[in-house]
Design a protein around this ligand. Structure first.
Ligand code: UDP
Length: 324
């Protein structure tokens, strides 16, 4: 297929491009390079521009004629979204709507959307499946939910076929060592732990130990970036046959606290990691763990990295020999 990948210079998008290209698809990356890296675009061509720029998108679509769009370009930090919601609505909602204007005019073009566990808000059940009410508690989750609703409406009105994948916590890196997680500044737990171990600088800050969890630190479901990509490959196949807007939660179904991730990281790298307890971060639910049964059943999705040690090990391989 000819596929536009927005945000293809970013962490998850670049891993997606590698998998797509290895599966024989033709990739056109659309990225404004605000947080992505030119060096990460190694599979497919790169069009530098902003998804809020309708003229730019029109010219890309006119030239490339995509049969599908995978939309990764977004702002994605919970705490920042609480402080700067306008930026989040502009990038994530206005940007996605501008992109969707092109998608729905492109006959037969399917759409795969990067959504998030943050659409659910405070969990009402131990594991979160697709029936769980969507009630975000931060602006990031609210912007992603807005587009999930748009996709439901566009399926009915315009016949747009789509899948929204709700990622739990993406982590890890491709085993090739060519790409990996490289945010500037880094805010995510696993890379911050590994970078702090490498630099032996400031102690690792643990955001809160007063949550309603066994050790008081937040529990998350970590899923390998290539397993997210694998679900997208399966999703593209699924959309060849399935009409409508579809929603899948993607996680391993196992929760790890911040303290458990620190311990697992110490075991992987064989070194103690200094830490200090700090205040909780605004907008952080205590526990987010997926029930991904639907993705397994409908898409035949079977993650290749079910264990946390394998996920952290792949991230460690990248961080200890980082290329960008
Ligand atoms: N976290 C932490 N220290 C850090 C970064 C993150 O304690 O330096 C915690 C954060 O509060 C959350 C978990 O680690 O409970 C995962 O955070 P991350 O930013 O990686 O992903 P999120 O769950 O926000 O998408």
């Amino acid at each position: 297929m000819r596929l536009v990948v927005t945000g293809g210079a970013g962490y998850i998008g670049s891993h997606m491009c590698k998998l797509l290209s290895e599966a024989g698809h033709q990739v056109c990356v659309v990225d404004n390079l605000s947080t992505g890296h030119r060096e990460a675009v190694q599979w497919g061509e790169l069009e530098v521009g902003d998804i809020r720029d309708a003229d730019f998108l029109r010219s890309v679509f006119g030239r490339f004629s995509p049969e599908g769009v995978l939309h990764f370009a977004a702002k994605s930090q919970v705490a920042e979204s609480v402080q700067e919601p306008a930026d989040y609505y502009d990038n994530n909602v206005v940007g996605a709507l501008t992109l969707l204007d092109q998608v729905r005019r492109q006959a037969g073009c399917v759409f795969v959307f990067s959504s998030t566990a943050a659409v659910f808000g405070v969990p009402q059940t131990e594991l979160i499946d697709e029936q769980h009410p969507r009630n975000p508690i931060n602006a990031y989750g609210a912007t992603k939910l807005a587009i999930e609703r748009v996709l439901e409406n566009y399926a009915i009105a315009y016949g747009l076929r789509s899948i929204s994948f709700r990622y739990f916590n993406a982590a890890g890196a491709d085993p090739s060592g060519l790409i990996g997680e490289a945010h500037e500044p880094e805010t995510h737990l696993v890379p911050k732990i590994l970078m702090s171990a490498l630099t032996q600088g400031e102690p690792m800050r643990v955001f809160g130990e007063d949550c309603d969890t066994p050790d008081g630190t937040c529990v998350r479901d970590y899923v390998h970036v290539n397993d997210l990509g694998l679900a997208h490959l399966k999703g593209l196949e699924f959309l060849q046959k399935a009409e409508g807007a579809h929603f899948y939660n993607l996680g391993n179904g196992a929760g790890f606290s911040v303290m458990e991730i620190l311990a697992a990281s110490e075991a992987v790298i064989g070194r103690a990691i200094a830490r200090e307890i700090c205040a909780r971060r605004a907008g952080d639910p205590a526990r987010l763990v997926a029930d991904a049964t639907r993705a397994r059943k409908d898409l035949g999705w079977v993650p290749s990295y079910p264990n946390i040690a394998g996920i952290i090990g792949s991230a460690w391989a990248w961080h200890s020999q980082r290329r960008f």
